[in-house]
Ligand binder design. Structure first.
Ligand code: ADP
Length: 414
């Protein structure tokens, strides 16, 4: 009996213990689930909060931001899009950016679409748009394709900044600088013209000393004119003015030929063998600021002639297309650039010792200006040189003025 009682107790105790452990296990499980669910909920809540924060920031950003589907239909627009274009967000969504666009030539939009849809890279540029009230405005635009894991475009993100006012101020400054430079150059040009006239006119009966003095005046005057030109270019660069390039579609063979022609006589006078090899495709155009690229080319050719041997000197210019880039180069067999000077070459006012020895004239500003202009076009400039053997300067510009950046978008982040 006692055994039975003890057995029964043990059995029930065993079951009790078993039941208690089962209940505990269940409780622990429920607790664990609760923790998991709570942390998932908290995580979800946190990501919802993060997403809300992010949306709030984009909604209220000071730049106009839109997201379109791969066909260009707008699926999102922030408040600034409404403010800049004048179209209510409701009207923007479901529409296309052409709602406020269509102010540029057809070819411009064709190129833009080719860049973001086929080349699948970011387009950046300046364009004209029209507000709902009919006002035209200038916008700085960047359009990025966003990809899924397979590399297919799933959205386009367009960011626009209204730069109308900035452009107007910058145009006013440019006008002031150009008027000031004109005012400064006019008297200097008269001095140049008059000294040349005095030197040429035999009836003046100038003695050798007087002629030398006049030549000196003329040369100094030239130096001031060049210095004024360079300083004006630099002041524009430092103002950031060059950021607003006057971009137009330019026929490059014509431009290179014109620049080369300007130097033919100068090279001939210095007995330099001057050649040009232009192998650009027919009707090849680039979207550039013609005056700035012209100045960059002229500067490199002028340096090549200046730092070449006056007899036996050879300068060759080349223009070609390599890997979708326009490449311009100028090769000379002149004094070359010493290794120690090479890294300082694009610094403002830098002139190498071998250059100052052979050529007293020079400001050391030319290459700084060239580099700034090329980089403003998203291009690159570089050189190869060997002392006393010669130098080749190159610059390249992409066929379209844009930033080549690709953003990959991970769908799993969603
Ligand atoms: P500048 O010619 O007025 O001195 P740049 O800015 O055009 O000024 O050139 C800066 C320096 O780079 C020159 O003083 C010279 O030392 C060097 N340089 C430029 N081009 C050449 C060249 N083709 N050959 C040798 N040295 C050069």
């Amino acid at each position: 009996m006692a055994i039975l009682i003890i057995g029964g107790l043990l059995w029930s105790e065993y079951h009790l213990v078993f039941l208690i452990s089962l209940a505990q296990l269940l409780l622990i499980n429920v607790f664990l689930w609760f923790i998991v669910i709570r942390s998932t909920f908290q995580k979800e809540q946190a990501s919802v909060v993060d997403l809300e924060k992010f949306k709030l920031a984009v909604d209220n950003a000071s730049d106009h931001i839109i997201i379109t589907d791969p066909d260009g239909i707008i699926v999102y627009a922030n408040k600034c899009a409404e403010k800049i274009t004048g179209y209510p967000i409701k009207e923007i969504i479901g529409n296309r950016p052409s709602l406020w666009g269509k102010q540029m030539p057809k070819e411009f939009y064709e190129k833009l679409w080719r860049i973001i849809k086929e080349d699948k890279i970011v387009f950046t540029g300046e364009l004209k748009n029209k507000r709902k009230n009919g006002e035209i405005y200038v916008a700085e635009v960047s359009i990025s394709p966003i990809f899924n894991n397979n590399g297919d475009v799933i959205f386009f993100v367009g960011i626009e900044r209204d730069i109308t006012l900035l452009k107007e101020t910058s145009d006013a400054k440019t006008e002031f600088v150009s008027v000031a430079s004109h005012q400064l150059r006019t008297p200097l040009t008269s001095i140049k013209w008059l000294t040349e006239l005095l030197l040429k006119n035999r009836e003046n009966n100038l003695n050798e000393k007087q002629k030398e003095a006049l030549k000196e005046i003329n040369m100094s005057n030239d130096r001031i004119i060049n210095l004024i030109n360079d300083l004006l270019s630099i002041s524009k660069i430092e103002e950031g003015k060059f950021k607003f390039l006057n971009l137009t579609e330019i026929e490059m063979t014509r431009l290179v030929n014109e620049v080369v022609k300007e130097f033919k006589l100068i090279a001939e006078n210095r007995k330099i063998d001057f050649k040009a090899l232009i192998t650009l495709p027919e009707d090849y155009t680039l979207n550039i600021d013609e005056e700035k690229i012209r100045q960059a080319m002229s500067n490199l050719i002028s340096n090549a002639i200046k730092y070449s041997k006056s007899e036996g000197g050879k300068v060759s210019v080349s223009a070609e297309v390599k890997d979708d880039e326009f490449v311009f180069s100028v090769k000379d067999n002149g004094i070359g650039i010493l290794m120690k000077d090479q890294r300082r070459l694009f610094e403002k006012f830098f002139r190498a010792d071998n250059a100052t020895l052979t050529q007293t004239e020079g400001t050391g500003l030319g290459l700084f200006i060239v580099k700034s202009y090329i980089e403003a076009h998203g291009g690159k400039i570089w050189f190869e040189s060997e002392e006393n053997k010669g130098t080749t300067f190159y610059f390249s510009i992409k066929e379209w003025f844009f930033e080549a950046k690709i953003y990959f978008f991970d769908e799993n982040v969603l």
